[in-house]
Ligand binder design. Structure first.
Ligand SMILES: Cc1cc2nc3c(=O)[nH]c(=O)nc-3n(C[C@H](O)[C@H](O)[C@H](O)COP(=O)(O)OP(=O)(O)OC[C@H]3O[C@@H](n4cnc5c(N)ncnc54)[C@H](O)[C@@H]3O)c2cc1C
Length: 393
């Protein structure tokens, strides 16, 4: 617990870092609150990067989490274009330009970075995490061109959907039998596959990429698959997941097997006075009996508030249940409870335009996924909250 006049340094000016700073100030912290963020922008919303912003419906300005004077008015020192290069557990952090920032409590909110494929540094091959990534990808999405997306998770599918509306020929390649299999299970995955195919996406399942080849100018020209197939490609997106950006914490605190910083349910790491929230954190999940990251917006916002309570010594909020949403092919998918657990019984109700999938163990709701049924999701969230609050049996 920090004294009211201590300095709190937050590394990462994304959703989690900025929300944590605001919650600390709102919760009564009187000392300095500093945020160091490596990106040049003030905190912004990432979800639109694969949707409205990429489609050209939303401007850069509309993505800002707060107006320009908000940080100053709230008494939060926001240093953009400031990368923290190392942390001394005794209470200092060094920036890439060599300045030292002192802290009494440290919050790591450094998010995640996209995973890479060999050879994906070629011109015309993209990843999507930042506003700069989205702006570059957007320039390469030209109607009539061939886009190959490697990976059929939420981001790959959202970009596929947006690119179809922009008139590109889109191929999605995944080693899985259906899209979203690991996140949502095969039945929901095949409903989404039907929507993608109806929107004109060529979906190549059970396929993996063996190489990305360039033309004479070095720019991507084709994608070779392990099956021997060759795909014409003007632009590619590698969307094969992310890894927690936890490098600063290595050697300082315990790191989970998924690479995230191990925390309890309120973001406390294994080191006194070092906290983590957002995509870099792997929280203890009593239901799974392991540490696991979430990688979604709601958990980042909830985790940020929880860390603020831990630092302030305020009562801890109830443990949050993983929740995510995604928009692609005119379906709003909402997902509560994390991936479907092994051994769960599925109750599926689907019609042409919407669906609901409930995964239960011993009658208890453990995970639910709906498409275009937001009201039903409200009920399911209430039900799962009450079963999670009883804890695992
Ligand atoms: C394209 C896209 C679409 C998404 N759509 C959805 C959606 O529809 N629904 C949903 O639930 N979730 C979605 N998400 C996920 C959601 O946006 C993230 O879970 C959320 O942004 C995580 O917030 P964060 O603050 O933990 O990490 P980030 O938002 O990644 O912020 C971390 C910040 O820390 C900075 N940083 C890293 N290292 C350092 C360092 N050493 N020094 C200083 N700064 C550093 C990074 O540059 C970054 O600015 C989407 C994500 C992306 C990329």
């Amino acid at each position: 617990v920090a004294d009211a006049d201590e300095t709190i340094l937050i590394v990462g000016a994304g959703l989690a870092g900025s929300r944590c700073a605001e919650a600390l100030r709102a919760g009564g912290h009187r000392g300095r609150i500093r945020i160091a963020g490596e990106e040049p922008e003030t905190p912004y919303e990432r979800p639109a990067l694969s949707k409205g912003f990429l489609a050209g419906h939303q401007t850069e300005k509309s993505l800002r989490l707060r107006g320009p004077s908000h940080w100053y008015d709230a008494g939060i020192e926001l240093d953009t274009s400031t990368r923290i290069k190392s942390v001394d557990p005794e209470g200092a952090a060094v920036t890439a330009s060599g300045s030292t920032l002192e802290w009494d409590a440290l919050v790591l909110a450094t998010g995640a970075k996209p995973r890479h494929l060999t050879g994906d540094d070629r011109a015309g091959v993209h990843h999507l995490r930042t506003l700069a990534d989205a702006a570059t990808l957007r320039r390469d999405l030209v109607a009539g061109h061939h886009l190959v997306i490697v990976g059929a998770g939420f981001i790959g599918l959202e970009v596929a959907s947006t690119a179809r509306t922009l008139g590109l020929n889109v191929t999605v390649v995944t080693p899985d039998a259906v899209p979203l299999r690991r996140i949502a299970g095969k039945e929901v995955g095949s409903l989404i596959a039907d929507r993608a195919c109806a929107a004109g996406v060529r979906l190549l399942t059970g396929e993996s990429v063996s190489s990305l080849s360039g033309g004479a100018d070095g720019r991507i020209a084709s994608v070779s698959l392990a099956s021997g197939r060759e795909l014409r490609c003007d632009v590619a997106l590698v969307a094969i997941g992310v890894r927690p950006a936890s490098e600063l914490a290595h050697g300082l605190v315990s790191i989970a097997t998924d690479g995230g910083i191990e925390t309890d349910n309120i973001g406390r790491s294994s080191c006194n006075r070092i906290y983590a929230c957002g995509d870099v954190a792997s929280s203890w999940r009593p239901w799974l009996a392991k540490f696991q990251g979430s990688g979604h917006w709601t958990s980042a916002a909830d985790g940020a508030r929880a860390v603020a309570t831990a630092i302030l010594g305020a009562p801890a909020p109830p443990s949050q249940i993983p929740f995510a949403w995604s928009d692609a092919f005119d379906v709003r998918v909402q997902h509560v409870g994390g991936p479907p657990p092994i051994g769960a019984t599925l109750e599926l109700d689907a019609s042409a335009g919407d669906f609901e999938a409930c995964f239960r163990i011993g009658g208890e709701l453990r995970c639910a996924i709906v498409g275009n049924r937001p009201r039903r999701m409200l009920e399911l969230r209430r039900e799962i909250t009450s079963s999670w609050s009883r804890g695992p049996r």
